[in-house]
Design a protein around this ligand. Structure first.
Ligand code: IMP
Ligand code: MG
Length: 209
């Protein structure tokens, strides 16, 4: 199940209650809060139907998936369990191959379990491909992907997500958990970042006091 962002009625007004720093850095609102929530509710309903009586384990990778996971769980109305992993990159070279270091592994044993891997956005699919291979080696009963956003034209690894919220254009987006240098995660909608911001040098941290 997919939904093209072109189907969303745009342009939408950027809500008033966001910090000025964020407002200045974004060029336009891409997906508003209502559209996100309605779509995630549909995804939750579909998963509830497909996994009824399966007691699935929802697995997410911190931190981008935080908002999507919380809302998807709320809209999934069957018994389930949830667990998180955290990863970091060894180097740019390993990043280019999708190889990551697991800094926090799952607490739940997934052998024989039905696993729903919940992902914020699939871009090249390199990281996800690596993690799915690792999880498959633990012999789950099944392993499917639920991704809020997908950019299939950027894919380098063949990954088919069973549930996809929205297909995104080739633009860097922030909000609803997605960050640029750790900022913007706490906007309840998804916006396009000004291209100028993406190319800016990292500013030094503010002095501590
Ligand atoms: P890939 O699929 O391995 O290329 O990487 C996907 C990851 O890159 C996602 O889980 C995000 O953390 C990050 N990412 C990709 N596109 C965006 C974006 O437009 N905004 C913010 N983060 C992104
Ligand atoms: Mg991520």
């Amino acid at each position: 199940m997919t939904f093209q962002t072109s189907q969303t009625p745009t342009p939408k007004k950027i809500p008033e209650n966001i910090p000025d720093e964020y407002r200045q850095a974004i060029s336009r609102l891409l997906i508003d809060e209502n559209t996100l929530q309605n779509r995630i509710q549909e995804m939750g309903r579909a998963i509830s139907r497909d996994y009824a009586a399966h007691n699935p384990v929802f697995v997410g990778v911190l931190k981008g998936v935080l908002f999507f996971m919380a809302d998807l769980l709320r809209y999934t109305t069957i018994p389930l369990e949830v667990d998180f992993m955290a990863v970091s990159n060894y180097s740019q070279e390993s990043r280019d191959q999708g190889v990551v270091r697991i800094t926090k592994d799952l607490d739940i044993c997934i052998e024989g379990r039905h696993v729903v891997f919940v992902e914020d956005i699939i871009d090249t699919g390199l990281t996800l491909g690596y993690l799915l291979k690792m999880l498959r080696s633990r012999h789950p009963a099944s392993l499917e992907v639920a991704a809020l956003f997908d950019r299939p034209n950027r894919r380098l690894v063949n990954i088919q997500a069973r549930y996809v919220g929205f297909h995104l254009p080739d633009l860097f987006v922030v909000g609803y958990g997605l960050d640029f240098r750790e900022q913007f995660r706490n906007m309840p909608f998804v916006a396009v970042l000004n291209p100028g911001i993406l190319n800016q040098q990292r500013t030094p941290p503010p002095p501590s006091f």
